[in-house]
Design a protein around this ligand. Structure first.
Ligand code: SF4
Length: 223
């Protein structure tokens, strides 16, 4: 039988995007909880996620749109919310929380900006779908990312390779969390776009300003 996590050991699903951006950033946020003024965005995201516990449903013909659905997975040990789950009436679908008929669920994650160079959004979306599959006992072969800046929907095929990557990442998140271990600084291009440089880098090099540290080191860093 596959392992199941207890609720107390669930991690926030939103951490997947931090973890795939930089493991240390994830640990600073999710293990050490280094809240700072400049972390409002991240903090807001997580509080928003925790605050959502009732989904709001809207009906458009045969489509029901559920917003802010609370999701979890015992096999992954994750909890979070789906921005949108579109529920399409389908005879081959599944029952949804006592609603009449059967439906095919399709998660849609909204992002303010544009598609990122890395695949953190795709991994997060795949993890959401995996939670829904476990909760609703169904298969979700595809899902969508919607980007506010480009106003486009991007279809994401949830193949085995992507699912395996989610499982590997989540397993590593749990291992680090159990050890309360924050990985060491690993300079990369991500550092230039990281909202935690003020916390992360001065620890490494106390006598140097962040700006000069970045100039001195990061500009020489490749991929
Ligand atoms: S500054 Fe770099 S190493 Fe530190 S948390 Fe950010 S991305 Fe990670």
């Amino acid at each position: 039988m596959s392992m199941e996590y207890k609720e107390d050991d669930f991690l926030l699903l939103s951490g997947i995007q931090h973890f795939s951006f930089c493991r240390r950033q994830w640990a600073l946020i999710h293990i050490e909880q280094q809240w700072q003024e400049n972390l409002r965005t991240i903090e807001g995201e997580i509080l928003h996620e925790k605050a959502h516990d009732n989904s709001i449903k809207e009906k458009r013909g045969d489509l029901i749109i559920s917003r802010g659905m609370a999701i979890f997975s015992r096999s992954l040990g994750l909890t979070g919310t789906c921005d949108i789950v579109e529920l399409y009436k389908d005879p081959k679908g599944v029952n949804i929380f006592g609603m009449e008929g059967t439906y095919k669920p399709v998660p849609v994650e909204y992002k303010r900006g544009k598609p990122k160079e890395d695949d953190s959004d795709v991994l997060q979306l795949c993890a959401q779908a995996m939670c829904l599959e476990e909760m609703l006992l169904c298969d979700i072969p595809e899902a969508f990312l919607f980007y506010g800046e480009t106003k486009r929907r991007l279809k994401v095929m949830l193949n085995d390779e992507l699912r395996d990557r989610v499982k590997v990442i989540v397993k590593e998140m749990h291992e680090l969390y159990d050890r309360r271990y924050t990985p060491k600084v690993k300079l990369s291009k991500s550092c230039k776009a990281c909202s935690l440089t003020d916390i992360c880098i001065p620890r490494l090099c106390k006598n140097l300003s962040v700006e000069s540290y970045i100039k001195k080191n990061l500009l020489e860093v490749d991929e």
